[in-house]
Write a protein that binds this ligand. Sequence first.
Ligand code: SF4
Ligand code: SF4
Length: 140
Amino acid sequence: MTYKEIIQKTVEGKYRSVDNTCNGICSKCGECCGHVLPLDQTDLDQIVEYVVKNNIHSNATQLILQNKLQCPYYTGKKDKGCAIYQARPKICRYYKCDKKNISYEEFEGLKNAIPCDMWLLAKELDKDIEKRKIGKEDRK
Ligand code: SF4
Ligand code: SF4
């Protein structure tokens, strides 16, 4: 079974996820925030622009605590679960663990998406942010 088929079955409701919401409201528990997400070019551009503009570093403690299995932009904080909430990809906007009987056709986000290792992306963006900081300091 391919990664895309697994996602497809998930959004079709064939895999039942545990409802971790509080009466339909996301509890920001982060259980659905995996380290591999299906991204298309628009998702990617949006994340890169937002992360660099706002100097958002990946949550490095997750690396040790979760062995990289969780998205590097999950903060672990209940008041602000996602560090890139405004620029989160379409799959994160679409999915909620209490959704039942979702039609795959409804979700356009997978059409041109490829699985992206969020840690590889975050590592590159972390480096980019650091380089910009050094560049600014050099110009002082
Ligand atoms: S949608 Fe994800 S973060 Fe929100 S409650 Fe469900 S599993 Fe937790
Ligand atoms: S981008 Fe945000 S909402 Fe999406 S998996 Fe990562 S932390 Fe969760």
